[in-house]
Design a protein around this ligand. Structure first.
Ligand code: N01
Length: 542
């Protein structure tokens, strides 16, 4: 840092906090920090609020967590808002964000269409200098990263991709103006949540849909339901208790609670009844809400898989499709990749306009101007949808040029694996705090719940620093090494390491394989509380 730049810092406007991203986490931070009297702004890459719900506007995009669990607990926001569906779509979620904006008067402190390309820490002043692609620089005491886990779409290096002459989009870069798939030939690569959702919509309107599947998707029934305003209003008196519950029970997860018994320890009759009830309830109930050991015991897991498999095969007319979509033997333990919630995903394959191509039998060789070639032959289409996922969690950070204390780059700090303390802060990156980031429960926690519970911790932390005249907070290397070991140990107690999922960083070629998330949200909250109560143990404050 030159003397001139440093001297300039004494006079330039310096924010207390700059938030990156205007999704659930960023919006909540802005609201709470302003309440506490901090000067704060959001830089948001999109043209409006919503984060993931701004970018993912492909047909059928909808949330996999039900309302009212999936909304803010702020009374002035929920008291006059009602939803039309239990699992709302992206457009209704955007309307919700517009409502939140109006209620909390957020936009005046949000700079839209602003992409943060880099930030460097000015040690002399304990400030971040934040660079945006418009060429401007902004100084802030604290940099609060609220980019979500899916800010970096992943597009595999398919040979010939640039030669495709039709329309091609990654699901997270869908045209904001929409794209009509009616009477078109559509190809979709990928069968994660995004692929499943687009496929359901495309199958209804496309002249031909070809779904390219590499790994069968153990999708679960959403059991979508319409909601009426009157019933929702009549339930509002119970909302405060419901939102309080998110912080104090295992339902922090996804508002589902499992039977404490093992799936193996009950009679077949009882087991089937519990499985069936969860199936009928829908959503993530069958994933996390049947027996306590489904995701940790191989035999119990297999019992859940067999139930899922038989239910799914019964919906498919063709025995070949049955084996491709729901094989007799699981390709990985059930639920170790996030299950999509489907409405008619399996049924579409009984339609004459829908084909499945199993990439395990015939891998993609190249994309061509008119479609793609697998080892078994050519497929032609007008629209190619890349539902190929994200460089999840860490990708949101590594795509920004972050330079911390002593000139350390994030890539250097994470060269032997991800290092954070409590998923909030990174060694050598003072005054950078993360919400919904790596090594916190992100992937296993309901979004708005996590935004608020983690968000409150960060707000309290910044208030503590202000009250104690501290201008700098930094995770210690020791604490971060201990936290990484803790995350790995928690994962080892589960079956999650057995799948090539984005949880494990295993969906991106060359990315280090490690569990990226804390798998026990309730314990996590207690660990964070304990650190704060001990004067922010594991952090250096100065
Ligand atoms: O991404 P994914 P997503 N050749 O990584 C395939 C959330 N989300 O965008 O399984 C061929 O799950 C890949 O195959 P495989 C949700 O948390 C939520 O769908 O790696 N195929 C897989 O099928 C979700 O979990 C909603 O073998 C290739 C697919 O692409 C997360 O976002 C909606 C390939 C990627 O699936 C990510 O979901 C949407 C290749 N080279 C998303 N590379 C809600 O409902 C990858 N694939 C809230």
């Amino acid at each position: 840092m030159s003397e001139a730049v440093s001297a300039h810092a004494q006079t330039a406007e310096v924010l207390d906090a700059l938030i990156i991203g205007a999704g659930f986490s960023g919006v909540y931070q802005l609201h709470r920090l302003r309440e506490k009297g901090f000067s704060v702004k959001i830089f948001e890459a999109g043209a409006s609020l919503g984060g993931i719900w701004y970018w993912n506007c492909y047909p059928g995009a909808r949330v996999d967590s039900h309302v009212p669990n999936y909304e803010f607990s702020i009374k002035e926001v929920w008291e006059d808002w009602t939803w039309s569906e239990r699992y709302p779509g992206w457009d209704e979620l955007r309307q919700y964000f517009a409502h939140v904006d109006k209620k909390l008067d957020l936009s005046r402190d949000i700079q839209f269409n602003t992409w943060v390309s880099g930030a460097e820490f000015d040690e002399r002043n304990n400030q971040w200098i934040v660079h945006t692609t418009d060429g401007k620089q902004t100084r802030t005491r604290f940099l609060i990263a609220c980019m979500g886990f899916a800010a970096k779409p992943y597009i595999p290096e398919f040979k010939g991709l640039e030669s495709f002459a039709g329309t091609c989009h990654h699901t997270a870069h869908w045209p904001q103006a929409g794209l009509d798939m009616s009477d078109k030939r559509v190809g979709i690569i990928g069968t994660g949540a995004s692929g499943v959702q687009v496929a359901q919509e495309a199958a209804a309107v496309a002249s031909q849909l070809t779904v390219f599947q590499r790994t069968p998707q153990m999708a679960l029934p959403m059991q979508q339901r319409k909601l009426d305003a009157e019933t929702q209003q009549s339930r509002k008196p119970s909302y405060p208790a419901l939102f309080r519950q998110r912080a104090v029970s295992s339902s922090t997860l996804f508002d589902v609670v499992a039977d404490e018994r093992s799936a193996k320890e009950v009679s077949e009759e009882v087991r089937e009844a519990i499985f069936e009830a969860a199936w009928q309830k829908g959503g993530f109930q069958f994933w996390f809400g049947t027996f306590s050991d489904i995701l940790s015991d191989e035999e119990s897991n297999l019992l859940a898989y067999e139930f899922w498999r038989d239910k799914t095969r019964a919906r498919l007319n063709d025995p070949r499709l049955q084996e491709q979509l729901a094989p007799m033997k699981p390709v990985h333990p059930f639920g170790t990749k996030r299950p999509s919630l489907e409405q008619n995903f399996f049924d579409i394959f009984n339609q004459t306009n829908v084909d499945l191509v199993d990439l395990r039998e015939s891998p993609i060789q190249r994309i061509t101007p008119t479609g793609l070639e697998t080892s078994a032959g050519a497929h032609e289409f007008d629209i190619l949808v890349l539902a190929t996922g994200f460089d999840a969690s860490t990708g949101s950070f590594t795509q920004i040029n972050l330079i911390g204390s002593g000139g350390k780059r994030l890539g250097d700090v994470w060269s032997d694996g991800v290092r954070t303390h409590l998923g909030y802060a990174i060694p050598h990156m003072p005054n950078l705090l993360m919400l919904y980031g790596p090594q916190s429960p992100t992937a296993f926690c309901n979004g708005p719940t996590c935004a608020e519970l983690q968000g409150d911790w960060v707000v309290e932390c910044l208030s503590y620093l202000r009250d104690h005249n501290h201008t700098r907070i930094e995770a210690t290397e020791e604490a971060a090494a201990g936290w990484a070991a803790h995350i790995a140990e928690l994962a080892e107690g589960t079956l999650f390491p057995r799948a090539n999922s984005w949880y494990m960083g295993a969906n991106i070629p060359g990315k280090r394989r490690e569990m990226l998330f804390h798998t026990a949200p309730q314990a996590y909250l207690e660990e964070c509380e304990a650190s704060a109560a001990a004067g922010y143990a594991g952090f250096d404050l100065s």
